[in-house]
Design a protein around this ligand. Sequence first.
Ligand code: PLP
Ligand code: 3DJ
Length: 412
Amino acid sequence: MRIDRQHALALDAADPLREFADRFLPAPGDVVAYLDGNSLGRPTTAIADRLDQLVRTEWAGRLIRGWTDRGDGGGENDSGGGGEGWMDLPEAVGDELGAVCLGAGPGTTVIADSTTVNFYKCVRAAVRLRPDRTRLLTDPAHFPTNRYVLEGIAGELGLELVWADGADAVREALDERTAVVALGHVDYRTGAVADLPGLTTAAHDVGALVVWDLCHSVGVLEPAVESAGVDFAVGCTYKFLGAGPGSPAFCYVALEHHRFLDQPIWGWLGREDPFEMAQGYVPAPGIRRMISGTPSVPGILAVREAVALAAEAGLPQIRAKAAALGDLATSVARQRLEPLGLQVVSPADGALRGGQVSLARADARDLCGALLSRGVITDFRTPDILRLGLSPLPTTFGEVFDALVLLESLAG
Ligand SMILES: Cc1ncc(COP(=O)(O)O)c(C=O)c1O
Ligand SMILES: Nc1c(O)cccc1C(=O)C[C@H](N)C(=O)O
């Protein structure tokens, strides 16, 4: 049966999360469909209000005291005022994100820096935990920043960087020379979900450690890092979580590694008693040592709001809607777009797909541009992929259907 618009609208009517779309600021009038929430999520009114409050009340009202004022009169410049010190936010909001989005226990996650910087720190820290090993292992499909960082680390430390194309090749390449395996949970081009628990176990079987990039899974999938035994994980908060352009990333390190955890950027805020300004670096206890410099307070507060929204909606429900949006996009694309040569390159099974559906055709870049000029925002990834980002909370089934029908008219 050919899927029509009524079917998409019926899915919206039955969607248990449909009211969450109203939590977002309205899309600009020229946007018909926003299918790029996997690159930059849309802003919520809660984030806008929280940032307004931060500036007008907390920053303006507390000034420098905001950093350390915990209301107990004990912090640097403490006014005895009340509230949480900004200095505590990386760990406090890290715990919140870890619990809601990662399946991580308290004290294992911090919000800091960018994914790129956290990835560098984690890989270097992991290598230091495997000092007698000589190899880094990754997949050529890994996101570019991670490939470049790995190349840099390999050059810096004189390690061999081994490329293994796909999960089977990764398993085959693993041996006792492997110090660290670094992989992405969701392929940024195809949306395919990697076997995170299985590959983590395979790495551990040869004594290697894993660093997972969760950029395309946080806020839409449930990576369950702790039960999978993941050693290190990093990811950004501006995609499905929607904490805003350049919002800070997160970094997870399994508790068992904290004792000997040694990351390479020894900044003052990752030190024990930073305001002592003492000579010599002594790492702070626990996950705090993954921090280097001053945290972004607006960014972390936006992450807190985004995580609270995800918690309210529920990750299992978010994940189910991502799968349903992807199923609709896949079915419509098969009926209307594959006959025109636009191939669905994402997994058909929603359980094996992240929050996107990707289509391939040689002129994908032009199609993406043509959609954009008609108010449908998607994105293009080289060489021939048109990505439809299906961010579950703000995106409607009707929006997805309309975008694909427009694409049909442009692709014919
Ligand atoms: C999988 C993945 N890793 C890393 C990054 C880069 O993160 P950042 O530029 O925030 O460091 C991105 C997106 O930009 C990404 O999709
Ligand atoms: N991080 C981005 C940026 O700073 C500018 C434009 C796009 C992005 C992205 O997030 C790209 C995204 N990581 C991707 O999957 O390709």
